[in-house]
Design a protein around this ligand. Structure first.
Ligand code: G4P
Length: 534
């Protein structure tokens, strides 16, 4: 095998591919925009997404977005900063929160968790965090909106530790909050970072580092605030976890930073530390062992998301893949492992700030979207290696909304089954059956309710089948890990429902969390999982 070229090695080494996880409104978009501002990818903040404006830049995709209410515009944003090539993966939130949001995390090497300083850990952050910990990737915390009244700093850290079960290590410490937010104290250098005016966050602004006793500080930070800071730091130094890069890399310790994305306070400081502490593209597990991008010369990638019907006239799809090793060149021929044949990857696209553009070359760590004539499935591997390895598949994530679905016209049974199966294969929905009966009734599970609308729309428009949906009260689904368990003898709660997936694997549906716990208590040895193995 020939050596991996120096160029590829250098390119991969400088890549940082991460996702930002947060609850809606915590400031993910604002922070992303500020990263782009510092990276020089945009000149003035507000140009990426005055929520409505940026999306107009990709107007052809907008139509679908409007019609379907799902976000198809951005999958990744790439920009350069301080010698690094950064890929930020978009994790759709708000209404378009779906299984794709979780799948995107499979393509990331680390995650940045944005938390609203006045709210602490919120529901969606908790869900996304769970998926990150499953992969043991490094997780960094940015506590945002310090320019508003914030929760007590210790309380915030406790909240993260208790709610998420990860140790925290504040890299800096906020000086006040709300109108009194003056800057942050760097615990390593023991300096205070003061931030200059950023014209309401539209320009970069300057960071000034001064020792705590500096006259400039006494002018800005009064005696009581200074004393409070000293006291808090002393307490934290005595009781908190110390910074440990190894634990950070294993995802067991989260470095914490404070700031305000809106005014840019603390954003660049965060970016600089984060880029150093996080990782370049990580090795990935295949059926032939670990594939290390620093050793593997061949191109390899896996599909983590499929976006169907981008263009109404053609039923084309775009398959988004994460490159794991080597370099990609436009028009290149690669072996599609699951399909068992060579394919040419055409129309490769990448997102740069708010534009979509065609690309010629991409490297391990990058995300590309390629035209999919309907041959790819989520989790598929593509490679130029003669070894033809397959990457570990992508797990199935727990849907939270369920409905019984049937076709209105019984004569259209065939189209209905075909359509619903195809849509499930693309990963837009999950389908289940009653445990003991046949295929008569189909239960559909989705992560975000909007997927129900997508299903209805697509069955009507693409398969000409009208459907009826009756929503079911279940909110929790669990895969049974120990399949040897006799399902007939399982003692559940009265609201529990036994179902099976397309592969015939047994699952349980519950109305609430309490029922899950009760069922576990009543059946010794039962192991339930929130993720379905790929
Ligand atoms: P998201 O992507 O996580 O959903 O959040 P987004 O960045 O869209 O921010 C949600 C709201 O919070 C926005 O206000 C945004 O301006 C505000 N915000 C973000 N970061 C900060 C911060 O550091 N401090 C303060 N005070 N506010 C912040 P909006 O009024 O909902 O939207 P917009 O009209 O300003 O766009």
């Amino acid at each position: 095998m020939s050596e991996i070229t120096k160029e590829i090695k250098e390119q991969i080494n400088k890549r940082r591919t991460f996702a930002i996880i947060s609850h809606p409104d915590a400031g993910k978009t604002t922070l992303t925009e500020k990263f782009l501002l510092y990276g020089g990818a945009i000149n003035q903040a507000g140009s990426v997404k005055g929520k409505a404006t940026a999306r107009h830049a990709v107007s052809d995709w907008m139509e679908i977005e409007k019609e379907r209410g799902i976000s198809v515009t951005s999958s990744v944003l790439q920009f350069n900063y301080g010698g690094y090539c950064i890929n930020i993966l978009d994790t759709p939130g708000h209404q378009d929160f779906s299984e794709d949001t979780y799948r995107t995390l499979m393509a990331a090497d680390s995650a940045v968790m944005v938390i609203d300083a006045s709210k602490g850990v919120e529901a969606q952050t908790r869900k996304l965090f769970k998926v990150c910990t499953m992969r043991h990737i490094p997780i960094f915390t940015f506590i945002n909106k310090m320019d508003r009244e914030a929760m007590d700093t210790f309380e915030l850290l406790d909240d993260i530790e208790n709610e998420l079960g990860i140790a925290t290590c504040p890299v800096n410490w906020p000086i006040g909050s709300g109108k009194n937010f003056k800057g942050v104290y760097d615990r390593a250098t023991k300096e205070i970072e003061l931030f200059s005016d950023t014209k309401k966050g539209t320009t970069q602004g300057q960071v000034k580092k001064v020792p705590l006793g500096d006259p400039e500080v006494t002018w800005l930070i009064d005696e009581s605030q200074r004393l409070q800071l000293m006291e808090e730091i002393e307490l934290q130094d005595g009781a908190g976890a110390e910074f440990d890069q190894e634990l950070v890399s294993k995802g067991e310790l989260s470095p914490v930073f404070f700031g305000s994305a809106l005014t840019n306070f603390g954003v660049e400081t965060f970016l600089e530390h984060f880029l150093k502490m996080t990782t370049s593209p990580l090795p990935r597990i295949s059926d032939q062992g670990e594939i290390d991008p620093m050793k593997e010369e061949a191109f390899s990638a896996f599909v983590f998301k499929i976006q169907a019907n981008m263009n109404k006239a053609h039923r084309d799809r775009i398959a988004f893949m994460r490159i794991c090793s080597g370099a990609f060149e436009a028009g290149m021929e690669v072996f599609h492992i699951q399909g068992g044949k060579k394919v040419r990857l055409s129309q490769p696209q990448q997102m740069m700030a708010s534009e979509r553009k065609m690309i010629d070359r991409a490297y391990g760590g990058d995300i590309i979207g390629v035209f999919d004539p309907g041959i790819f499935s989520i989790g598929d591997t593509l490679t130029t290696s003669a070894k033809k390895y397959a990457y570990e598949g992508i797990p199935t994530f727990a849907p939270e909304h369920f409905a019984r679905v049937r076709q209105v016209d019984t004569m259209k049974r065939k189209q209905f089954i075909k359509g619903i199966n195809q849509i499930a294969q693309e990963g837009a929905i999950q389908i289940f059956q009653e445990y003991n009966t046949g295929m008569e009734e189909i239960i559909v599970g989705v992560v975000g309710v909007l997927q129900f609308d997508v299903l209805k729309y697509r069955l009507e428009n693409e398969y000409n089948v009208e459907i009826r949906m009756d929503s079911l009260p279940y909110e929790h689904i669990r895969w049974i890990e120990n399949e040897e368990i006799n399902l007939d003898k399982l003692v559940g709660t009265s609201d529990m429902k036994k179902i099976k997936d397309l592969k015939g694997r047994p699952l349980l549906l519950f109305v609430n969390d309490w029922s899950v716990r009760m069922t576990l208590e009543r059946n010794e040895g039962l192991i339930l999982s929130e993720f379905g193995k790929a």
